[in-house]
Every structure is written in structure tokens, then in C-alpha cells.
Design a protein around this ligand. Sequence first.
Ligand code: AGP
Length: 607
Amino acid sequence: MCGIVGYISRDADKRSIDIGIEALKRLEYRGYDSAGLALFEPSGRILCQRAVGRISSLEKKINGNGFLTGDPIILHTRWATHGNVCEANAHPHSDCTGNIFVVHNGIIENYLALKEQLAGEGHLFSSGTDSEVIAHLIEKFFEGNLEEAVRKSLGCLAGTYGLAVISSDDPGKIVAARLSSPLLIGLAEDHFLLASDASAVISHTRKVVYLDDGEIAVINRDNFTIIREKKVEEIEWPEEQYQKDDFPHYMLKEIVEQPLSIEQTLMGRLIPEEGKAKLGGLDSVERRLREVDKVYIAGCGTARHAGLLGEYLFEEYAGIRTRCEAASEFRYRKTLLDDKTALLAISQSGETADTLAAIRDARARGVVTLGITNVVGSTQARETDAGVYTRCGPEIGVASTKAFTSQVTALVLFTLFLGRQRQLTVTTGQRIVSELLRLPSLVTRTLQCEMQMRLLAEKYQDFDNFLYLGRKYSYPIAREGAHKIKETAYVHAEGCRGGEPKHCELALISENFPSICIAPGDSVYEKMVSNIEEIKARRGPVIAITTEGNHELEGLADDVVYIPETIEPLTPILTIIPLQLFAYHFAVLRGCDIDKPRNLAKSVTVE
Ligand code: AGP
């Protein structure tokens, strides 16, 4: 989704374009369709260049036009929401005079009314975006001081924004503002880098100041000011973790990293002798959680699939009624909440607009809000009452892989925490803890199926439809497996409960419609075998995923993939791995843009 970068140096150096473009490229993984920049040339004039497509197209234009480099500079990658993908709609946007330039993330909900009003006052618009109104509002309020004009303009806006503004009438500064769309200032030795995502500044500094909602920052050459006193924090992840190393794609690197990322999620959080999880992030709400008798889990996409597993885990092991809701629906349905309800938000980025909206809705209704997120300092981490970090390191591939298995691992830790406050016995707790300790090595063994999954991707590469089936703990995995192949390889796939196809999806089954059946040796294994029989009876090809040592399915399914044996609640962390690898290799064979699937963004910061 959209990305913002701003650069201003102490001594007006000549590196602005190179540094700005390099930082902008670090935001590419978020997904975008056009890019642009505006910079002060040494004469004091602001030059603007925009291009549709990749940042490399923007670079070509800049090189072609022989831009004189100077600073400050603001840059943007746009992921279209209002107005189609074209150069006129790319950011930066400017006012009528061409003296004020703005880059904006988020959505201005009242832009139509503002546009009409401003047009009535004589302003001329040149884009179909909501963002352009900001430039014209600043022009309207400008009386020599840029931050003052920005402040007045923000008062007119309804919606969300992370924005950066420069003006040739008030040079030597970048003015930035935030409301529900992340922004941070990187504090490097001889310059400041403003960005919407820490990955953009990490090669320059790990010292950052996060803007909070409602704050305006004025960044000058040698200092910056924000309305409230801000704490300097340290970005958790070192730069090396953002590298692709020798892997062809981040997605493969992140799949392979899972033994380590899961180990990090677990580190220091298990008390084996007591069968408990120690979660410091929940200390402040520990007493309140004892009273909770209902949990709503909210998340989007892959995070929601982790949440669906939370339903099964919390109900079976902690005895708490649990419902997982798509965060985009949470605040619109009349969810019944009371003071014995907890909301648990799950998000890799901690910036997903719908998930944040669910948190805010629940908080406003007096509910204790909990979070599972990966990004320290993210909005979710700051707005929830308490929570657990997944600590799986930066995830760059748009298709979430290691974040998912760490989210599920964190949910198992939550289950132990809530369960041992309630009905879960020490013996069962101990059993879960001892299996969790084996988990990283079980994941390493599961990853050995990579070659087999590559061969299966080759065998099935001409099919355009897949049905993924699973029961109980394997049902969310069926959905997540389908999600992975849809988003990376652009093929149609559905994830269903194993018992459901006889009510509908069997109508699709033929020799041209393969099914991937997740059938580990668990409490519903026999039922799942019957469901596989139903598919084979209709000549549907079947790839089965089952537990090592179970050879029964070799006579039934066309292909069988094996995972190591573990306890039922941990099987999803193993069964998802062959499905991630299948989606990855399938997408590679089809020549897809693996780390940046078309039309998708890593962090979805609009509703
Ligand atoms: C995952 O593969 C997807 N790209 C997407 O569904 C993602 O899980 C979703 O947008 C939620 O993101 P979050 O975890 O950062 O909130």
C-alpha cells in the first residue's frame, strides 16, 4: 500500500535523490502502482516528477530530465484508491501555484465536498484523487508559515492521513502529520528521514521517533519539533534481517526461516514444570483476564486464519467461548460485548486499518483489548491494552508465511496462559509445553518436503482450480492454503471444511479439479478419509497431507505428503508448510511476481 519518504540533510547535500529513491525502494514490498517525488533544486524551485509503474520508471524519467539534486525531498509510492492508475493521480500533488507539494497515505472521506467548495473558490484540480484537496487547502490557508497552514487544513479533513508537505514559499523544512496512518522520523547522523515504514530508514539509523495520531512534525535541517515531547526508540530488527540473502524471493526465505522464527516466538516464554506460558505483555491485565468468559478475535486475511485456529484452541483447552470475526465486519455487526469480553486483534503489521478499527470500537465499548503483532511500536501495539509480540523478524513478502506460523504459536501460548488460569490441568499444560519445545525441529523436518512440493507444483501446474479441505484444526489451514495459492499464483482455490463439499462443492469435482486434503492423524482423521473417498468416487485428483507412518492414504490419494507426528493443536503449524511451498513453486512456474503479487499490498492501511 502507499509509501511515504521524506529527506532533509544538515548541509543541503547532493545525495537527496539517491537516498530518497533507495528508501522508497525499501517500501516496494508494500505494493504500489505508481511513484513520484518533489524536491528543492539548489535554485530554490521545487521540481516534481511522477511515473506509472515501478520506481525504475520514475528513475528513468529523472535521469532523462537531468534533475539537479537538492533537498528537502518528498517521495511516494501510490496504491490507487480514488482515481485510476495514471500519472496525474500519482503523488506528489500540488496546489494551483505549483509552490506546495503533498504526499499522502490514507483516505480523505469528505474530499468531494471539499473539492466542490475549493473549486467554487477558484482552485483548479488536475487529478481524480482525494489527496489533491490537501494541497489546495494548504494553499488557501498559507500566510507565510507552512506548519500553520497544514494545521488549519487538517482541521477541515475527515478520514485518515499520513502526509508530508514542502513549499518553496517556506523552504528548508518538511511538515508531516499523522492520523491513523503510520509515520516515523529516522534520526541519522547528518540527516532526517521521514517514512511510513521503518524498513525505509533502517540502512541509515535505528533511532526513530514515531508520530502519534493528531501530531504534526516540523523537520528542519538540524532539528525537528513535534507538539508533544517524544521518546527516542530503537528499531528492533537489524538491517541484515531485511536482506534477501541468496534466496530468489523473500517468500522462500521466510518459509525456510520458520524454525528460527517460531523459536523466537517461544523464547523465554515457557515454564515446562508448571505447564504454563509466561507472557510479560499480559501482566498488566492478568487479573482482568481471569474474569473474561468470551473472546472475540479480529484479523484480516492470513491473520484471520490464525484467529480461526484460536477459536478451536481457546474453546478446547481454555474453555472460553471464542469467535473469530473478519475485522472488516467487526464494528458493523451488532456484536454483543460486555465487561467479561476480551477482544484479541491479530496482525503482522499492526497497521491494518480494519483491525485497528475493531480495536477502537471495542475499546470505546469498555472491552479489554489484546493484540498479537510482529511490529514493535506499531499502532496496534500502542493502542491495545496488552499483548504478545510474535518476534518473527521483518516479513517482506506480501504473502504471509512465517508471520502466520508465529501467530499460531503465539495463540498456543495465549491458550496455555488462559487455560492454566482456568480448567487446563498441569499434565495437559506440560504435554503442550514439551511439544512446543520440539516444534522448531519438527518444522525443520517438515521443510524437507520442498523438493516433493516443487515436483507436485510441476505435475499440477496446468490446473486452474483447487479445492482445499480440512476438518477441525485443519479447516483454517485449508483456507490459508487456498489463500496462499490464490494470492501468489492467481489461480482460483477454495478452502472448505471436509464435511461440507457434499452440500455443494462436490458439484465442481471432476478429473480437472484437484483437491488438497489435509488429513493428519488426529481426532477427525477417519472422517476426513471418508471425505477423500467421496472425492475419489467422482474422479477428482487428490493430494493428501498426512502424518509420517500412516501409509493408508497411498492407496487412495494420487499423491501423499508426510508431516512429522505431533499433538493435534500443533498440527496446523506443520501442515501449512507444504501448502506454502506448493503455492510458492506453483507461482514461480507461472512466472508470477512472487513477493509483490498484482493488486495487493503488504500493509492494508485503508478500509
Ligand atoms: C497474507 O498472505 C495476505 N497478504 C493478507 O491477507 C494479510 O494477511 C492481511 O492483509 C492482514 O495483514 P496484517 O497481518 O498485517 O494485519
